[in-house]
Design a binder for this molecule. Structure first.
Ligand code: NAD
Length: 489
């Protein structure tokens, strides 16, 4: 069998993983993978297209019936084994994530542990794939409702957590008896291919896990419009989600779309200011602000706004930005296009009246001549309609707005087309109870920073998507239900 990669002019050139084999693309074009901290090309991957998509989906379809016929516990055991191999390779995989994506090494280690956890959590569900037996209205009859797999699942993932997002999808998909074709974002394809390579050390039947590479518009779109997959699960932008929705309509494919966010961070006048500051910093600047649940806009009660803002700005100024392989708080933005987008958004916010409290430009000086560096930035604003308050930044920039009271904070927080996550700091239980119905977001963090649990539910409302992942509800998406009417008269 061909190897996963070969050395071409000094850098690794990877292949697709299809049907248990490393295969060359039918298109002789490659995508260069760049290190965001240095702009050095670290590898290349095939720019796959229609033919490669077809080969991968055919392999996945061929493998699916036998995979689903295995006892769930056997599927779960393979997921556990893959998780173990991922943890054994934690350091190597974390360094690959840093090199392709740019997050600080200690965060990348956490990502790899998270990737393994998604698999082991899915495996734990193996003995709980239950159905229902319900009484029939007819004599001598029972009605069975069973959960069965969809068939082939296409998993498309974003660049911000390339290893964890893959495992978040393949864990439940495979446990449920589906086979998968995974495509990571074209800028961060390496960790997924390396995880596929680890799977070859185990007894996964060929075709159960397939990992291909290519652009969204090329390979991604080809996978979505192909007739084989029944379920498409995407983590990515609203733009891609809508394009996929349109394409999948032709043959009514099922969709799970985990899209962007614009999380409000509300600080009431009774909040523990120190705790709120720490949570606000972490929830904005982790992964250089590139998390869908990041704190994207802050509403602070006017009575504490000056104190909160001063302490927050001090904490932001203390963040260490630099080489993500070193012990730093913030690495580079993921790409040139991404850092330019942030630059444009800050310029536009300034024009619209925002004032810069700290940061506001590219990082300067030694170590920042190459790479996509942007300063941790805090803006003061007083208009909720500004683009910086309405559009996802997905970077190290956060606007703060003072509000007259908690009700105004809630009202402005809800004025958003996004509905993924929200943060609230208050000690008032009556206010907390109001959030359940009045704050229109799928994931609400109260008096703590972000960070979702593998057994909870991660789902966005409105433009943030349809579906949801994790826990029992996330797993449910990978099953369809079949009802049998059993007459034994
Ligand atoms: P993206 O939409 O550009 O890409 C996501 C994936 O979809 C990639 O694999 C890409 O190649 C593919 N793709 C793009 N266009 C496609 C098309 N037309 N057809 C098929 N596939 C297509 O998103 P991104 O820039 O990688 O990720 C950033 C976005 O992801 C942000 O908005 C962020 O908030 C969101 N995100 C959401 C979650 C969540 O759980 N809700 C988690 C992480 C990131």
């Amino acid at each position: 069998m061909a190897a996963m990669k070969e050395l071409v002019k000094g850098t690794d050139r990877y292949r697709h993983f299809i049907g248990g084999q490393w295969v060359d693309s039918t298109i002789k074009e490659w995508i260069e993978v760049e290190n965001p901290a240095t702009e050095v090309v670290i590898a290349s991957v095939p720019k796959g297209g229609e033919d490669d998509a077809d080969r991968a989906l055919v392999a996945a379809r061929a493998a699916q019936p036998a995979w689903e016929a295995l006892p769930p516990q056997a599927r779960g055991q393979l997921l556990r084994d893959l998780a173990r191999l991922i943890l054994e390779n934690r350091e190597r995989l974390a360094r690959i994530v840093v090199a392709e994506q740019g997050k600080p090494l200690q965060e990348a280690r956490g990502e790899i542990e998270g990737a393994a956890l998604y698999l082991t959590y899915a495996a734990e569900e193996a003995r709980r794939i239950t159905g229902d037996i319900i009484p029939s209205d007819m004599p001598n009859e029972q009605v069975w409702i069973q959960r069965v797999a969809h068939g082939v699942v296409v998993a498309l993932t974003a660049w911000n957590y390339p290893a964890a997002l893959m495992c978040r999808k393949i864990g439940p998909a495979l446990l449920a008896g589906n086979t998968v074709v995974v495509k990571s974002h074209e800028g961060t394809p390496l960790s997924a291919l390396e995880i596929a390579q680890l799977s070859t050390q185990l007894d996964f039947p060929p075709g159960v896990i397939n990992v291909v590479s290519g652009t969204g518009e090329g390979m991604g779109a080809a996978l979505v419009r192909h007739p084989i997959p029944r379920l498409i699960t995407l983590t990515g932008s609203v733009r891609a989600g809508k394009a996929i929705f349109r394409s999948a309509a032709d043959d009514l494919k099922l969709l799970r779309l985990e899209l962007g966010g614009k999380a409000p961070f509300i600080v009431a006048e009774d909040a523990d200011i120190g705790a709120a500051v720490r949570a606000a910093v972490l929830s904005r600047f982790e992964n250089c602000g590139q998390i869908c649940i990041c704190n994207e806009r802050m509403y602070v009660h006017r009575k504490i706004a000056d104190e909160f803002t001063a302490r927050f700005v001090d904490a932001v100024k203390a963040l260490k930005v630099g080489d993500p392989m070193a012990l730093v708080d913030v690495g580079p933005k993921f790409s040139k296009a991404e850092v330019e987008k942030v630059e444009r958004m800050v310029a536009q916010a300034k024009q619209a009246g925002a004032s810069v409290l700290t940061g506001g430009g590219r990082m300067q000086g030694e170590g920042f001549a190459r790479g996509h560096w942007y300063e941790p930035t805090v803006l003061s604003v007083n208009d909720n309609q500004m683009a910086i308050m309405q559009d996802e930044v997905f970077g190290p920039v956060v606007p703060i707005m003072a509000v007259t009271d908690f009700d105004e904070g809630l009202r402005l927080a809800n004025k958003s087309r996004y509905g993924l996550s929200a943060y609230v700091f208050t000690k008032d239980m009556r206010r907390l109870m109001r959030l359940v119905r009045e704050l229109k977001f799928g994931e609400i963090y109260v008096n703590r920073p972000g960070g979702d649990a593998v057994h909870a539910h991660h789902a966005g409302l409105r433009d943030s998507g349809i579906g949801g992942e994790d826990g029992k509800y996330g797993l449910e998406a990978y099953f369809q239900k079949k009802t049998m009417y059993i007459n034994y008269a």
